[in-house]
Design a protein. Structure first.
Length: 156
């Protein structure tokens, strides 16, 4: 893949990458920076991509690593209250937002990638470099925890 081809394909994925980053980081400015850094890192490492058909999941994995690095640098709770409405309107419901925040990291990232970024189970597994069965189990566990927590809030 040439640098020009990469630039065109990466440009077409920026919106999806942005949504993923903003949900993961909770800040639109941090998300823009993370997407830019991930695209740049992808360009520098494009020769390592063995199969062009996996560019999207490969670049998503790079983005997730950039986001994790940023959160480590910040070493504080993500301020999800500043999540922009345009990023993911489905994520606007406050009880859902809080319930997802309380999930363990490995469950939270699966929910974000599957339901707010729109990746398939296989793409999510590839992005996380995790077996498909593990992602499926984490998804079921996360959904069960969310269902329990949200039903408790309705009953309260």
């Amino acid at each position: 893949m040439t640098d020009q081809e990469y630039a065109l394909r990466a440009d077409g994925m920026k919106e999806r990458l942005y949504r993923t980053a903003v949900l993961y980081l909770g800040s639109s400015s941090m998300a823009v920076d993370a997407v830019d850094e991930a695209v740049y890192k992808g360009l520098r490492a494009i020769r390592k991509l063995r199969e062009e058909q996996y560019l999207e999941t490969w670049l998503t994995r790079i983005l997730l690593n950039v986001c994790k690095d940023e959160l480590r640098r910040r070493k504080k709770q993500v301020d999800w209250e500043t999540l922009p409405e345009t990023a993911a309107e489905e994520f606007d419901a406050l009880p859902l937002k809080e319930a997802i925040l309380r999930l363990p990291e490995e469950l939270k990232v699966v929910i974000i990638l599957r339901y707010f970024t729109g990746l398939t189970l296989e793409e999510t597994a590839e992005s996380l470099n995790t077996p498909r069965g593990t992602v499926s189990t984490r998804q079921r566990r996360a959904l069960e925890l969310l269902r329990i927590e949200l039903s408790e809030e309705v009953d309260a």
